[in-house]
Write a protein that binds this ligand. Structure first.
Ligand code: NAD
Length: 504
């Protein structure tokens, strides 16, 4: 563990406030400990209010210069950051696993996602295209151009402590913005390590202040970002509760917010589904990251004709899942992130029978492991009217709900407040297309014959309804990090007005 930490330049105690330089901070000291065994990983001196003020002022000052650097040159810095992340992929991936408990291949996969989005952003730096339009007025030209926006506040959740920062920061940097990152209080060391990699690369260009960081021991600095007029755009990832508060604060000052909030994702398994596709898709989707992905499969909506077969095969597969130290080979499920998460798991399990469901597999905290944070992946026989299945419990609980026909299945899929990811397993193209149609899934992501999680960076990522409506990562998500300017140029000798208006 010590080797991993020192290879990433982490000390026993680390500063948690970085603007153009290290910002002196007298905030509380936050201890980062591993959910794997409770061991202390390191300490971080949090940003106090004065440090926060300085970091945001610095980020704004750096923005005033960074916005003038040609976008492809900005892309060049992001390319170097992507390469530095490549060099540290293993150590960073291991730190992600140590700090939040996901298995090593997923920790490394998360860093790979950060590398991928850096590559994407490099290409994007030469493609920040605006449209040109035909003016209705003679000898006039119209076009749209995209300018850098300013300081972007990035508030991140514990479960993707590297990738979500990268989705925002790599894109924001090529767009000419600077970033102030407020990471989760549960994963501050990963943030310190990533920030120091970025800063050491960016230092060569004199622009290390493009990437800044304020670590806090709770949500307070996030609240400050949300109401800070110097931050024109706030990208916030986390619970729906947090998103509501951020949306209100940013909306109050008419700022822009990108909200990536909770999910409650379902897969529909039709009676013609290929079980060889269903099994790995649902298993990874429901159990991966110990059920702590925003895109985790929480509800399996299964055609009544194959309900029993599905349950039998799934419980058989669950029996083989090895729970334990996520750094060990063969382990598929590590611990939950905190005792609070374990309590939420227990509370949900406690409601199952009261709401008319029954536990088919699991339902217990695992004893005898290195910390009290390991739980059994759980399968519940459930029905669509249960209140429990409408909520997101951030733990590996899969509610298996029967249905009779595709219309009922789509209604169940849509019958929850959240709208992040969804999927259908079928070989019937008509049914698949119905699921994907305007009257089908109401989610931001709708897949066919793959699960709900493990999105690629090339597509815009996000969801509807209580998931917040934000889109990050690929496609044209970059537009949110820039301001649009519509320009009309008159190269003639007359001054015609639009709509043919004659004035005077
Ligand atoms: P959380 O809401 O507890 O915290 C997320 C971040 O918000 C933290 O940095 C926290 O300090 C900050 N925060 C909390 N309250 C705040 C407030 N009032 N103002 C400003 N900042 C505040 O979430 P979590 O437990 O870290 O993460 C799990 C949640 O995140 C789940 O609901 C999951 O679905 C969601 N999530 C969504 C996506 C997505 O892309 N849709 C991705 C990852 C996680």
């Amino acid at each position: 563990m010590r080797d991993t930490l020192s290879s990433l330049g982490l000390e026993a105690t680390n500063p948690g406030a970085f603007g153009k330089g290290v910002v002196t901070s007298a905030g509380p000291t936050l201890i980062s400990s591993s959910p794997i065994d409770g061991a202390e990983l390191g300490r971080i001196v949090c940003a106090d209010v004065a440090a926060y003020e300085q970091v945001v002022a610095d980020a704004h000052e750096v923005f005033l210069e960074w916005r003038k650097v040609p976008a492809p040159e900005r892309g060049n810095l992001v390319r170097k950051i992507g390469n530095a992340l490549r060099d540290s992929k293993h150590s960073l991936g291991k730190l992600v696993s140590l700090e939040m408990g996901k298995i090593l291949p997923e920790g490394e996969g998360e860093v790979q996602e950060a590398i991928d989005i850096a590559d994407f952003a490099v290409g994007l730096s030469r493609q920040l295209y605006g449209k040109s339009m035909h003016s209705e007025r003679r000898h006039h030209r119209m076009y749209e151009q995209w300018h850098p926006l300013g300081v972007i506040g990035v508030i991140t959740a514990f479960n993707f402590p590297a990738a979500v920062w990268a989705w925002n920061s790599m894109i924001a940097a090529v767009c000419g913005d600077t970033v102030v990152w407020k990471p989760s209080e549960l994963t501050p060391l990963t943030a310190v390590a990533i920030n120091s990699i970025c800063r050491s690369v960016a230092k060569e260009t004199g622009f290390e202040g493009v990437f800044s960081l304020v670590v806090g021991d709770g949500p307070d600095l996030g609240k400050r970002i949300a109401s800070d007029r110097r931050v024109p755009c706030v990208s916030a990832t986390g619970s729906c509760r947090m998103g509501r508060e951020v949306a209100k604060a940013v909306g109050d000052r008419l700022g822009r917010s990108i909200l990536e909030l909770g999910g409650n994702n379902a897969v529909i398994v039709m009676d013609d589904a290929d079980m060889e596709l269903v099994m790995p898709g649902v298993l990874f989707g429901a159990v991966g990251t110990a059920g702590q992905r925003c895109t985790t499969i929480r509800r399996a909506l299964v055609h009544e004709k194959i309900y029993d077969t599905f349950v039998e095969r799934m419980t058989g597969a669950y029996r083989q899942i090895k729970i334990g130290n996520p750094l060990e080979k063969g382990v598929l499920m590590g611990p939950l992130v905190s005792q609070t998460a374990v309590e939420a798991y227990k509370a949900a399990i406690g409601r199952v029978a009261k709401e008319g469901g029954s536990i088919l597999y699991g339902g217990n905290v695992v004893s005898g492991l290195a910390s009290p944070l390991y739980v059994e992946p759980t399968i519940v026989r459930a029905h669509g009217a249960m209140e429990l299945v409408k909520e997101e419990t951030f733990a590996p609980i899969l509610y298996v709900i029967p249905f009779k026909g595709v219309d009922e299945a789509i209604a169940l899929n849509n019958g929850v407040p959240q709208g992040l990811s969804s999927a259908i397993f079928t070989r019937n193209i008509t049914i698949a297309e119905r699921f994907l149609s305007a009257a089908g899934s109401d989610c931001g992501i709708a897949n066919v014959n793959i699960g709900t999680s493990g999105a690629e960076i090339g597509g815009a990522f996000g969801g509807e309804k209580d998931t917040g409506g934000g889109r990050e990562s690929g496609s044209d998500s970059w537009k949110q990090y820039m301001r649009r300017q519509t320009t009309t140029i008159n190269y003639g000798d007359d001054a015609p007005l639009a709509q043919g208006v004659v004035f005077g």
